[in-house]
Design a protein around this ligand. Structure first.
Ligand code: CAO
Length: 437
């Protein structure tokens, strides 16, 4: 058995004509004893009017902006008949519509003193976007001050009320998340640079305006961020690849018409993986856990390689390069480079890289400073090998020398480790048999 009772504003002391700041329930809502129904605001404070019992809201008679005093009607509540107003715990299963039809005479005024919002309640409630968050004006104003959107705050107060601590927890979590996604986000925007020069170049001669490709826009934004945020250092080294190049040429000569083309890039990727295994901090990313910087060492070796395309630079990734032979790596590089040129690379082809190789060897150059492909921490740049006279202790011998450049993140690696990394890599390239050791 249930009945409809009209709920009124209880004794609120000397206050009269208080404005209703917020109505916290709507028809159909289930409320428990003591759940806040509405918030009133006096010139001194805001106060919640709690429910005198458990039930289902049938109708709400006031709205935000109304002014109320003791005895003003708030709403009608379908309640179990046998429950005492202050000890209701269950809601009768009868539908609201049925209850309205069988509604007996108006319920007596139920008066309960106004109580402050309770401090702690167990399970947090995340406010859904369409539900109005339950928060008192003072909490709302506090949240506004901190730039917090109350609809996103998980409430732990009774009846889904947002407490001051909930707002503070939200801010703390947001800061942790921010640090996690950008370990040094606090540096962004603090450069205090001069504005970019705004020059009308046509004053000085003819110009042609060309839109940047989508790839250039995306890669440009990423490269700028990486260049600004990462303390880059580049170490240089030279590798004697006389023997390796002879071996590569021999392999390619042996192959039939459709045989794999063994490329220098594939050997470089294989040697890079072996070197990363020896120096795991180069196969890592900076992370953040509970506000503390951490290093995430990856136990997989997905190697990206820079590929030049008509639309700009892309970095396809060879997955699990440690588990692949040089022939397979060469074939996959060829396929991915082709896909890149045709603009057919998908996100899966370009994500998850742990280290990048950028080879300009087919084009030229004696050295360059590659930009780290964040969130990786190092990148290997390779330029054109040249035959040079090298002193072997007795005389000069012609040797094929490959210039290597390693850019690394000084937050993660130091110069000594980078020099050792390059020495190790150069030694592998000088004698590829060492890779099996
Ligand atoms: N030294 C000397 N010669 C080299 C060499 C090196 N380091 N690397 C390659 N070559 C030679 C090869 O021997 C090959 O000659 P043959 O056809 O006679 O054998 C020729 O250059 C082309 O090499 P390749 O077919 O193996 O191609 P690649 O591996 O050099 O390059 C790829 C493939 C995808 C890396 C390349 O097409 C590319 O896009 N490079 C540009 C990368 C880039 O833009 N990096 C800069 C990023 S920062 O802006």
């Amino acid at each position: 058995m249930s009945e409809i009772r009209e709920i009124h504003v209880p004794d609120i002391g000397d206050f009269k004509d208080l404005p209703v700041i917020e109505v916290l329930v709507k028809p159909g809502d289930k409320v428990a004893f003591d759940d806040p129904l509405l918030t009133l605001e006096s010139d001194k404070a805001s106060m919640d009017v709690p429910s005198p019992g458990a039930g289902v809201v049938v109708s709400v008679t006031i709205k935000e902006g109304d002014r109320v005093s003791r005895g003003s009607s708030i709403l009608t509540l379908q309640m179990a008949v046998d429950q005492a107003p202050a000890a209701v715990s269950a809601v009768n299963g009868t539908s609201v519509a049925d209850a309205v039809k069988s509604s007996p005479a108006p319920a007596p005024l139920v008066s309960t003193p106004v109580v402050p919002v309770p401090a702690i309640a167990p399970a947090p409630t995340v406010n859904t976007p369409d539900a109005k968050p339950h928060a008192s004006p003072s909490i709302r104003s506090y949240a506004r001050k901190l730039g917090v959107d109350v609809t996103k705050v998980a409430a732990t107060g009774k009846g889904g009320r947002i407490l001051r601590e909930d707002v503070e927890r939200f801010v703390k979590d947001a800061l942790v998340r921010l640090n996690r996604s950008a370990p040094h986000a606090d540096q962004v925007g603090g450069l205090n640079l001069l504005p970019w020069p705004d020059v009308d170049f046509s004053k000085f001669g003819n110009v042609e305006k060309v839109a940047l490709s989508r790839i250039k826009k995306i890669s440009g934004a990423n490269l700028s961020r990486n260049w600004v945020m990462i303390p880059h250092v580049t170490n240089n080294e030279e590798a004697d690849i006389t023997g390796l190049e002879a071996f590569r040429v021999q392999l390619n000569t042996e192959g039939g018409k459709d045989a794999t083309k063994y490329t220098m890039l594939a050997f470089l990727i294989k040697a890079a993986v072996a070197t990363l295994k020896a120096f795991p901090q180069f196969n890592s990313s900076l992370g953040n856990e509970d506000g503390e910087p951490i290093l995430i060492l990856k136990q997989y070796y997905h190697i990206g390689f820079a590929a030049d395309t008509p639309n700009g630079l892309v970095v396809p990734v060879i997955r699990d390069a440690d588990q692949k032979g040089i022939g397979q790596i060469a074939t996959e590089c060829g396929e991915l480079a082709r896909k890149a040129r045709d603009g057919k690379l998908g996100p899966a082809d370009m994500t998850g890289g742990t280290f990048t190789v950028s080879s300009l060897g087919g084009i030229g150059g004696t050295g360059f400073t590659p930009i780290i492909n964040a969130p990786e921490v190092a990148i290997l740049g390779v330029t054109r090998a040249q035959t040079r006279p090298v002193w072997d202790g007795k005389g000069f011998a012609p040797r094929l020398i490959l210039p290597l450049a390693l850019s690394w993140d000084h937050r993660v690696v130091d110069g000594a480790a980078a020099a050792r990394f390059l020495q190790h890599l150069a030694a592998l390239l000088a004698d590829f048999r060492r890779i099996t050791l």
